[in-house]
Design a protein around this ligand. Structure first.
Ligand code: P6P
Length: 332
């Protein structure tokens, strides 16, 4: 039997479940096409002279890689003309990008981290694109304030992982499905239907080099993980850290685990390293739709009312049992 393409999956979702409108289907297909182009460019690497620094910085104060800028431009150019968006926002742009007046405007806002994990590009480790879709306000050109909607208002979220396979993982709010890019046909094909995160796990992901900067609840929890079978958790744990959130989240979606990027005392004024609007919120929607849990140590991430477009947040996400455990330690 032939596999289901992304296009067929989206048409069936629109027709059978009214899960999406024709405009949202078109938006997702345009984003998927842009991710194919990014995948092609990422795979060229130094052959195209696109590794290394761009010589510019973003609002996060981070040096931009050439591929950060290229991926951002690919997503802008692919999405600005279609008439399905009112504006876009990106980790790589200080302010939202309004759809030019020369194009029709639509009813959605698209937010993205165009190339997450870009510090891995030059060492040929997996990177990815993360995207989130919100409804746009009626009428005028959206302001930054129009983007500041809690994660529960997302109509769709997904990521594309540029790894040994290029995979697009998507949720429309009714489960999580994974599509693998078939380079011979150029189609994303449904290969991982109804992805689900096991409630329990023996694997954790955190950057251990920051241990001396953690706050007490995180130190307590990680000490218990490291204590293994003879410790209070009564089992041994393994550790992984890809340093690409997309890679760590995909592993957790595939076999369970807990991913942690807590706030720490290096920059106590910052809530954490990861960004709420285009990293934590889309990943939290995906994780919850796959049966997992995602908090900032205190509250459900999707319930957080954003105050700034590029605000940061602490992230604990993945297998329900472990995320609830470390979250409970923050209440103690
Ligand atoms: P560190 C990539 O830069 C990123 O934003 C996430 O994708 C990743 O999980 C994290 O930062 C890695 O941070 O401090 O380990 O380099």
């Amino acid at each position: 039997m032939s596999r289901t393409s992304l296009s067929r999956y989206l048409i069936e979702q629109q027709r059978a479940n009214n899960a999406i409108t024709a405009d949202l289907r078109f938006l997702i297909e345009v984003v998927a096409r842009a991710c194919k182009a990014i995948s092609h460019t990422v795979n060229k690497g130094e052959l195209a002279g696109i590794l290394g620094e761009a010589g510019t910085g973003n609002i996060q104060g981070e040096a931009q890689k050439k591929l950060d800028v290229i991926a951002n431009d690919v997503l802008l150019e692919a999405n600005e003309w279609g008439g399905h968006l009112a504006a876009m926002a990106s980790e790589e742009m200080d302010h939202p990008y309004p759809i030019p007046n020369s194009y029709p405007k639509g009813g959605f806002l698209l937010l993205f981290d165009p190339l997450d994990g870009s510090s891995n590009i030059d060492i040929n480790i997996s990177v990815g694109t993360i995207f989130s879709v919100l409804k746009a306000p009626n009428g005028d050109t959206p302001t930054e304030a129009d983007f500041l909607q809690p994660g529960t208002r997302q109509v769709c979220a997904g990521y594309t992982l540029y790894g040994p396979q290029t995979m697009l993982v998507l949720t429309l709010g009714n489960g999580v499905n994974g599509f693998t890019l078939d380079r011979e046909t150029g189609s994303f094909v449904l290969t991982h239907p109804n992805m689900s995160i096991p409630t329990e796990t023996r694997e954790f992901a955190i950057n251990m080099s920051n241990m001396r900067h953690w706050q007490a609840p995180v130190k307590r929890y990680v000490d218990e993980l490291l204590a293994g079978k003879s410790g209070p958790l009564g089992k041994d744990f393994n550790m992984r850290w890809v340093a690409s959130m997309v890679g760590d989240v995909h592993r957790i979606l595939t076999r369970g685990g807990i991913f942690m990027y807590p706030r720490d005392n290096r920059e106590p004024e910052k809530a954490g390293k990861l960004r709420l609007m285009y990293e934590a919120n889309p990943m939290s929607m995906i994780v919850e739709q796959a049966g997992g849990v995602s908090t900032n140590g205190h509250t459900r991430i999707l319930d957080i009312q954003p105050e700034q477009l590029h605000q940061r947040v602490a992230v604990f996400l993945g297998s329900k049992q472990e995320v609830e455990r470390v979250t409970s330690y923050h209440q103690a």
